[in-house]
Design a protein around this ligand. Structure first.
Ligand SMILES: [Zn+2]
Length: 399
């Protein structure tokens, strides 16, 4: 059993966390669950400020240049080409007589030639929820042999699956719940970044932290999983560009502009307003462009998405969303935004979660393919990727 964290009374904040940023009128609205998804079926993002993480074994990788992440997008696209190349290679040019083993060999060759990048993995949040970020309580090679990992319906990532699936690069999510907004969101994000770095360092036989597309390719050639960090939820910044830059310097290579809730400078997917980025929000996007940090618009409202694509001089991504016209979840991307993504050179990585691909508790792999094909039809083949949401794949998507 993991001992409970000591609860220490915190002194009052010495200043307002909005730091002079004029808020959207509805930013303080309590966070809500995604529309069309019953709360009991939504991922348990309960607020937990308790982390007993320890250790100083963080991996440090040199930084190569401000536009490295834009190059990462290119790699994502290239990878996408590989990812979509699998069915394509098995499609028009396929050998009808090829055996399953021959097809598998082709898939393995493609995955070896080009790194398949998974845009979003919530394992770090489970690490916090289940064992308070204490790595000695986690065996990633045998994660499904003991509780709480064994019985949790939200725990599917383990090392054997990552290796068998040929994952070339993984964005690990440093997620911060909306309930931590204006409280300890910055601290939680730092703790989650620390947890990812320690996890990757401990699994250095299989994984390595990277900060650029060049390093992704290098680590992939070495047969390891290139590991990157994505900060999920703009409230993690505490409305401070200094915090944004610090996250970048710690290795974060994308920021999901919002989670479901509104924040002082952007609206989330469940907003009741028709506002997008505030003036400060536009400054955040431009600063991310300057740094070379990907703008992730999953969870953002369509208004924020349109504003951000309009402002951003670099390609944006939706790291875990699907097509709204096939399933009207507020997480998904409407056709007009898909067209903007195409103009922007960005990428929509299709989520496998049943409620986002089928608006139902049950989905099949055919539903996922419908979304991929729809985005390919509306935005073009170079603008569709995949987010293998392992949190839902095993139980909810049945092939
Ligand atoms: Zn998410």
């Amino acid at each position: 059993m993991v001992p409970p964290c000591p609860r220490i009374a915190s002194p009052s904040l010495s200043r307002e966390t909005t730091f002079g940023v004029p808020p959207h009128p509805h930013y303080s609205r309590p966070p809500q669950y995604i529309r069309n998804v019953p709360p009991e079926l939504y991922y348990p993002y309960d607020y937990d400020s308790c982390s007993c993480s320890s250790g100083s074994d963080t991996a440090r990788v040199s930084f190569r240049g401000p536009w490295c992440v834009c190059l990462v997008v290119c790699v994502v696209v290239a990878t996408l080409t590989a990812g979509l190349g699998l069915p394509l290679a098995l499609g028009p040019h396929r050998n009808e007589n090829a055996s399953s083993e021959e097809r598998l060999q082709l898939v393995r060759k493609l995955l070896k030639d080009s790194p398949l990048i998974d845009g979003h993995n919530d394992l770090p949040w489970n690490l916090r929820k289940f064992v308070h970020n204490q790595l000695n309580q986690l065996n990633l090679s045998k994660i499904k042999e003991e509780d709480p990992w064994l019985t949790s319906k939200w725990s599917h990532t383990d090392m054997p699956k990552l290796l068998a699936g040929g994952v070339g690069a993984q964005f690990w999510s440093a997620y911060v719940p909306c309930k931590s907004q204006h409280r300890d969101a910055v601290q939680i994000t730092l703790e989650q970044i620390d947890a990812v770095q320690r996890l990757v360092q401990r699994e250095k036989k299989y994984m390595q932290m990277v900060r650029s597309s060049e390093e992704i390719r290098t680590v992939h050639r070495e047969g390891k999983i290139a590991s990157l960090i994505g900060v999920e939820g703009g409230h993690a910044l505490g409305s401070s560009l200094a915090v944004l830059r610090t996250f970048y310097n710690l290795g974060a290579r994308y920021l999901t502009i919002t989670h479901s809730c509104d924040i002082p400078w952007a609206t989330g997917q469940d907003t009741v307003t028709n506002e997008g980025l505030s003036d400060f929000g536009k400054i955040v996007v431009r600063e991310m462009n300057r740094l070379g940090m990907i703008v992730d618009l999953s969870h953002s409202s369509v208004y924020t998405a349109r504003s951000a694509i309009n402002v951003s001089s670099a390609p944006v991504i939706f790291s875990h969303s699907a097509a709204y016209s096939l399933c009207n979840s507020s997480r998904n991307v409407p056709d007009d935004v898909l067209k903007l993504v195409a103009q922007n050179g960005g990428l929509v990585m299709v989520n496998f979660y049943a409620y986002h691909v089928a608006c139902s508790v049950n989905a099949t792999i055919s539903d996922v393919i419908r979304h991929i094909n729809h985005i390919r039809k509306v935005a073009g083949v170079e603008h569709v990727g995949k987010h293998r949401n392992l949190l839902s794949l095993v139980k909810k998507v049945q092939s």
